[in-house]
Ligand binder design. Structure first.
Ligand code: PLP
Length: 396
């Protein structure tokens, strides 16, 4: 008998993929320019020029065996040092390269970290709305997922419910800021309040409740918004980073885990991370991409292109009477479904060839996610359809 849980996972497509596949089919029928697909979070901004230049230079100059060979399991020292230098800038003190474990992107960073922490009976707390794969990652690592609802439209957690969710069995809390799907950033006040709860609960249970910071969108922030260095607020934080969005390299699978020196038993924690990476069969992160990261860790995405898209879509939809969460980062807009269920709203939008994702799989009902990491003309082309949707729902 094959594994029932894996069979179920393999047979059920995510809601996002389902809509994306529908979009491809529809593009074949009526032409891609007539389909306004806002389903996927695939960066629309090209990788910084230095990334492709570095790849070309590495391929030209490095010995092929060295370039494509295995690296050590935690990664090439140059890639770890470059990541540590970036973390040091954020921390304001020196983070040694030995704290960095190179991974195949944020998904691997999360699965490795969860497997490094989870024992049978443990619980992992997530703040809704959350990236749907958290459930898959946490449950596969053997934990029970516990969700905390947001407080109104701020998308900050309801602190009373947060405190109530942390119990004897809580091993970790995952935070994702800027957030997929809402674009909200957890404020410093929220994070400090969460840290106070976690300190108290850790003391009560006699062992740390870890904070896992899932930060693939850390550099995709608008205006003055900043993502604070979490270990500076709560020492038992583990940072799960990815270059997927910051360097527009999601298909290349490169990121890292940082276990900060201030974490309790940081050495053992790092060793457990190495153990989990080994047990999950990762061997090492892609060698060429580690070398790219070593040279390009300080490169930044063209945030202006995303900000422009955000301003157009947020401004237009708000003007039409849609109720949207104001996004401070990432490239997602969370729109309140007018009247009906989110699924019904998505179906109605399809009539105007607009593809949105209902919020249910993100752990909250009544919203849709719109990914605005698309060409500007896709956004502009969709606006007449949104006008008709607004009229259908009698908005404004
Ligand atoms: N975490 C969040 C919140 C995401 O949105 C994504 C991807 O969209 C990931 C993790 C996985 O990122 P990666 O491609 O680096 O594995």
């Amino acid at each position: 008998m094959i594994n029932e849980k894996m069979l179920a996972l393999g047979e059920s497509r995510s809601a996002i993929r389902e809509i994306f596949e529908y979009g491809r089919k529809r593009a074949g029928e009526i032409g891609a320019e007539n389909v306004f697909d806002f389903s996927l979070g695939n960066p629309s901004v090209p990788a910084p020029e230095k990334v492709n230049e570095t790849i070309a230079e590495l391929v030209k100059t490095l010995d092929s065996v060295a370039l494509h060979g295995y690296t050590s399991a935690p990664g090439d020292m140059a890639a770890r040092a470059a990541a540590a230098a970036q973390e040091s800038l954020r921390a304001g003190y020196d983070i040694p390269a030995g704290c960095i474990y190179m991974t195949c992107g944020a998904a691997a960073s999360l699965t490795i970290t969860l497997n490094a922490l989870i024992n049978p009976g443990d619980e992992v707390v997530v703040l809704a709305p959350f990236f749907p794969e958290y459930r898959v990652f946490a449950e596969t690592a053997g934990a029970k997922l516990v969700t905390v609802p947001p407080e109104g439209k701020s998308m900050q957690p309801d602190m009373e419910k947060f405190a109530a969710a942390i119990g004897e069995n809580t091993k970790a809390v995952i935070v994702n800021s800027p957030n997929n799907p809402s674009g909200a950033i957890l404020s410093a006040d929220t994070l400090r309040a969460m840290a106070a709860v976690l300190e108290e609960k850790s003391a009560q249970k006699g062992s740390p409740v870890y904070l896992i910071a899932d930060e693939p969108y850390r550099e995709l922030v608008y205006g003055d918004a900043r993502v604070p260095f979490l270990p500076g607020i709560y020492k038992n934080s583990i940072v799960c980073y990815s270059y997927s969005k910051s360097l527009s390299l999601p298909g290349e699978r490169i990121g890292y885990i940082m276990v900060p020196p201030c974490a309790e038993n940081a050495g053992k924690l790092f060793a457990a991370v190495c153990g989990a990476g080994r047990a999950l069969g990762y061997v090492c992160a892609p060698s060429l991409m580690q070398k790219v990261a070593a040279h390009c860790a300080g490169e930044r995405p063209d945030v202006d292109a995303y900000r422009k898209n955000r301003d157009i879509i947020y401004g237009a939809l708000t003007e039409m009477g849609f109720d949207c969460v104001s996004p401070d980062g990432a490239f997602y807009l969370f729109v309140k479904s007018p009247g009906e269920s989110a699924a019904a709203f998505c179906e109605k939008a399809k009539e105007f060839e607009i593809l949105l994702v209902p919020s249910d799989s993100f752990g909250v009902g009544g919203y849709v996610r719109l990914s605005y990491c698309v060409a500007e003309q896709t956004i502009r082309g969709a606006l007449p359809g949104f006008e008709k949707l607004a009229a259908h729902y009698g908005l404004k």
